[in-house]
Design a protein around this ligand. Structure first.
Ligand SMILES: [Zn+2]
Length: 295
């Protein structure tokens, strides 16, 4: 999940043309410093898409190469000294009005209720969470969703995967999602703050589209909102070197569309943590047809 951008002139989200720099950084962030990126002649810039308004993180190739090495140790840098289990307990204990995850779980359960036919017929109720991280989302979702759901957490980071297994609340697979056949047929597939790490998100979403139950599956995608630029300090994690893109809701819709999915809903969330987030629900053409014809 840590592929990083090259210096391309095309928006990987919508296929449109990239325009002007909307934010420039003149010093490395903590991930780059950990990777040995030099401050001398440093430059990194967010470039806006003329078509969808999303932003692409444009970086020097030599810095990208160094970052690729550190990307594999994301959690070691991110939690520098602190423990993933402690972070999990802290976030799980947040009251709902202060929890980004509580809002996310509410949105998804409301969607499953609204589009009941996506979950009402044959097959087990199963959720695949790609890039499960600390597991707070999946724990809260499985604890709250009505019905007999089971979950699979996909998390390539070994430290995070160890922590997820210790929770004993869902299956854990310590691997990247590559559309592997054993991960097919899910009723719900979630990508929470994952796509921004991917250089070519369309390829991943095409694999995701193939992994849900074609007649009933629902996909939930959440990404950092391009509105972050200019409204949060340049040192904010969201604007860091490990993120390939910041999305506009328009860009997210076009990307899902280009991946062959049907968008059911999209919007912006101003999260309790201060994060500015774009989200979308999507499904396959067959499931959208069933919703439209009330079959
Ligand atoms: Zn674009």
């Amino acid at each position: 999940m840590m592929a990083l951008n090259n210096n391309l002139d095309t928006c990987a989200i919508c296929g449109g043309e990239l325009g002007d720099t909307v934010l420039a950084h003149d010093r490395p962030d903590r991930f780059e410093r950990a990777a040995g990126v030099s401050e001398e002649k440093y430059r990194r810039a967010w470039v806006g898409c003329l078509s969808c308004g999303s932003a692409t993180n444009r970086q020097k190739p030599e810095n990208l190469r160094k970052l690729r090495n550190i990307a594999a140790q994301y959690y070691e840098v991110d939690f520098s000294g602190s423990d993933i289990g402690a972070k999990y307990s802290l976030v799980m204990s947040l009251p709902p009005h202060k929890s980004d995850n509580a809002g996310r779980v509410d949105r998804i359960i409301a969607a499953l209720t609204r589009w009941e036919s996506l979950r009402s017929s044959k097959g087990a109720l199963s959720v695949l969470d790609i890039g499960a991280g600390t597991g707070v989302f999946l724990s809260r979702f499985l604890g709250q969703v009505p019905g007999d759901w089971t979950g699979v957490a996909l998390e390539p980071d070994p430290h995070a995967a160890d922590h997820l297994r210790s929770l004993e609340l869902f299956d854990v697979k310590q691997e990247l999602f590559t559309g592997q056949p054993e991960l097919h047929g899910f009723k719900l597939l979630t990508l929470n703050k994952v796509l921004e790490h991917i250089q070519d998100p369309k390829v991943l979403l095409e694999q995701v589209a193939a992994a849900i139950d074609p007649a009933q599956g629902l996909i939930y995608v959440e990404v950092p909102d391009v509105m972050t630029i200019g409204r949060r300090p340049p040192t904010d994690n969201i604007l860091g070197a490990l993120h390939c893109h910041l999305y506009s809701p328009t860009g997210l819709v076009r990307l899902l569309d280009r991946a062959g999915l049907v968008v059911l809903d999209t919007g912006r969330v101003f999260e309790p943590s201060g994060k500015l987030t774009a989200f979308a629900f999507a499904t396959c053409t067959e499931a959208a047809e069933r919703l439209a014809t009330r079959e």
